[in-house]
Design a binder for this molecule. Structure first.
Ligand code: KIV
Length: 278
């Protein structure tokens, strides 16, 4: 079944939990889509996971479009959300709409995600007015890492909780179809879930959220630069991959690979004839 933004909204009213994962390329998109996730986020986390940057700030609109196109080719049923990178929606409403439009037209995404609440309210309204569905992102917003002074839990003070609630209501009023809530205490996340009608997709925000999202490479144990506390590793593919590659190296060095089964043959008589020519 093809997942849409309406599906996301209805899931909340029916009490059905939503599942989302990140993907940045065709092969992984195909796998997570086949497994049955509701949504795939082409997150700007690709800057760290795929491009080896220290944070997400260097990711460009072109990077996201390039990876979103690949994900769109690999996915059949999941809702594809393209992350709007740093500065792609901060300069003006017009530029934000244009960049969001590129995610849809060139990237083939179904929706865009952007970080922040009141600070980016005009941009969110403008993008939605242009008929582009928006997913919000509150709590720890990684594009503000330099303002936060690191990646930290957000929502432990009165002021921070107030900002999250205000942002969530604003996003709902503006017409966002869902909100990612990152690194927020469980109790605060539950309060946000109860105070708005659109689904709250948590990452490090506890079990009360209407759905969950994780970085796929984290849950599969492929990315070991750092593992946040909220990540549950369902597989340990890093070890599997390294051991598979080591076996390959051993096989090549010892002459075990390639064997007959993995090689091609030419007709014997024809080859004898050819050999005589040289
Ligand atoms: O970029 C990303 O992957 C994200 C998720 C962590 C929600 O924003």
């Amino acid at each position: 079944m093809k997942k849409t933004t309406s599906y996301f909204r209805e899931a909340k009213s029916q009490g059905k939990k939503l599942t989302m994962l990140t993907a940045y390329d065709y092969s992984m998109a195909k796998l997570v889509d086949e497994a049955g996730v509701d949504g795939i986020l082409v997150g700007d986390s690709l800057g760290m996971v795929m491009l080896g940057y220290e944070n997400t700030l260097q990711v460009t609109v072109e990077d996201i479009i390039h990876h979103t196109r690949a994900v769109a080719r690999g996915s059949k049923n999941s809702l594809i959300v393209a992350d709007m990178p740093f500065l792609s929606y901060h300069v003006s409403v017009e530029e934000s709409i244009r960049n969001a439009g590129k995610m849809i037209q060139e990237g083939m995404a179904h929706a865009v995600k952007l970080e922040g609440g009141a600070e980016v309210a005009d941009q969110i309204r403008g993008i939605i007015k242009a008929q582009i569905p928006v997913m919000g992102h509150l709590g720890l917003t990684p594009q503000s890492v330099n303002m936060f002074g690191g990646f930290k839990v957000y929502g432990k003070t009165k002021e921070q909780v107030g900002k999250i609630i205000e942002g969530a209501k604003l996003l709902e009023d503006a017409g966002a179809f869902s909100i990612v809530l990152e690194c927020v205490p469980d109790e605060v996340a539950a309060m946000i879930r109860d105070s708005i009608s659109i689904p709250v997709i948590g990452i490090g925000a506890g079990a009360a959220c209407d759905g969950q999202i994780l970085v796929t490479q984290d849950l599969l144990g492929m990315f070991s630069d750092f593992t946040p506390k909220f990540v549950k590793q369902y597989k340990h593919l890093k070890e599997e991959i390294i051991s598979g590659v080591r076996e390959y190296i051993n096989d090549v060095e010892s002459g075990v690979f390639p064997d007959e089964k993995h090689s091609f043959k030419i007709d014997k008589l024809l080859f004898e004839e050819i050999k005589k020519l040289y």
